[in-house]
Design a protein around this ligand. Structure first.
Ligand code: UDP
Ligand code: MG
Length: 353
């Protein structure tokens, strides 16, 4: 029987200080699990430092190193999507390049896979994060779970193992605006959770600014349902009801005491409050329209510049250019390792494969 293959998907954006370390760490861990073949698929998300050079260098010496390099920075979601698309493993493990996702957990992730789970999720605590960020996150998850249909859990992110059929399920979702955290939950499947301690970043800086995080948060709410639109509708009804009650109250006062001129405060309050609510509602509607606009464009999520796994010819065919194609993916390196039989039975019965 063939050995099971694991693909490590590692998105990397300006991670020159971490490439060596993450490669060594994965290799060391996988030596302990010799009944798996593995490949490390780096996605260089338009790095401007030496990240790509280092990955390419590695790939010439180590057959298990594969890479895809984008023409510019398309964002982590796009990197993950490319990684999933070109991963050929029976299981895929997604890890950040910065070693914040401890490679020592690989064994436990694989163990969960062997037990038959389609998703094995490494869940981190928030130790080492700034207090403000932890506080904002906990409020965010509390609120967002009241609004969205899928269950989002604080600390459960991209560090996870996915079975082949979970990967295929994710790839079958064709939306342009991808919010992976929600998608992992949306596809379902039984998941095993492994807790781990948050490790602060060793090299370089986080690529997430406050504004990026805020936008990511909004994506989380908008990507999963139209409840915010319904909220606008109910807010409108409540404001109208209150306004009618107020009009009735003023009318009774006028009947009893006649028209009194002063009323600047009430007038300006009403104009501002109702104006504010209208603007928020327009903003929410605008968000949805914006998403429809981008979905209708059907732009690709990323464009590949260089790779040792992607056949670039399709991307450029319609522009009349031809690009040399790379050989199809093969697991070559593990031939010398003695094979062991390992059968994985999936926990759930409905298969998408
Ligand atoms: N990353 C990426 N594209 C981006 C931003 C980040 O591929 O536009 C990668 C980055 O190299 C790292 C992972 O995504 O491997 C997580 O990024 P980061 O460490 O900055 O996020 P944090 O750990 O602060 O959430
Ligand atoms: Mg990080």
């Amino acid at each position: 029987m063939n050995k099971l293959a694991v693909t490590f998907v590692i998105p990397a954006f300006n991670e020159e200080q971490s490439i060596d370390a993450i490669y060594e760490a994965i290799k060391t861990e996988m030596e302990k699990h010799s009944f798996y073949r593995f490949e490390i698929l780096f996605i260089d998300d338009g790095s401007t430092d030496k990240t790509l050079d280092l990955i390419k260098q590695k790939s010439t010496h180590c057959k298990e190193v594969k890479y895809i390099s984008f023409t510019r920075n398309f964002g982590k979601e796009s990197s993950i999507l490319a990684g999933l698309k070109y991963a050929k493993g029976d299981a895929v493990i997604m890890m950040d390049a910065d070693l914040q996702h401890p490679p020592s957990l690989i064994g436990e992730l694989l163990h969960g896979f062997e037990e038959g789970y389609d998703q094995v999720v490494a869940k981190r605590d928030r130790k080492g994060d700034s207090k403000v960020r932890s506080f904002m996150s906990s409020i965010y998850y509390h609120l967002v779970n009241k609004v969205v249909d899928v269950e989002l859990s604080d600390g459960e992110g991209d560090f996870r193992l996915l079975s082949r059929r979970a990967v295929e399920s994710l790839l079958s979702l064709e939306e342009g605006n991808r919010f992976s955290k929600g998608l992992y939950s949306w596809i379902g499947y039984e998941a095993k959770i492994i807790q781990y301690k948050n490790t602060p970043r060793k090299n370089g800086d986080s690529k997430w600014s406050f504004a990026k995080l805020l936008n990511y948060g909004i994506d989380g709410v908008i990507s999963f349902n139209n409840r915010p639109l319904r909220l606008c509708f109910f807010a409108g009804i409540w404001v109208l009801l209150l306004a009618l009650l107020y009009v009735l109250y003023i009318f009774i006062q006028i009947v009893q005491r006649g028209i009194s001129v002063p009323g600047y405060f009430t007038l300006i309050s009403a104009v501002l409050i109702i104006g504010g609510i209208q603007l928020i509602c327009l903003g929410i509607i605008g968000e949805y329209i914006g998403r429809i606009y981008f979905e209708t464009k059907k732009r690709p999520h990323y464009i590949v510049k260089k790779s040792n796994v992607v056949d670039g010819s399709n991307v450029f065919k319609r522009y009349g250019k031809s690009v040399s194609t790379s050989p199809p993916f093969v697991f070559e390196h593990a031939d010398s390792i003695p094979e062991k039989e390992l059968v994985v039975e999936h926990k759930t019965s409905n298969t998408t494969k």
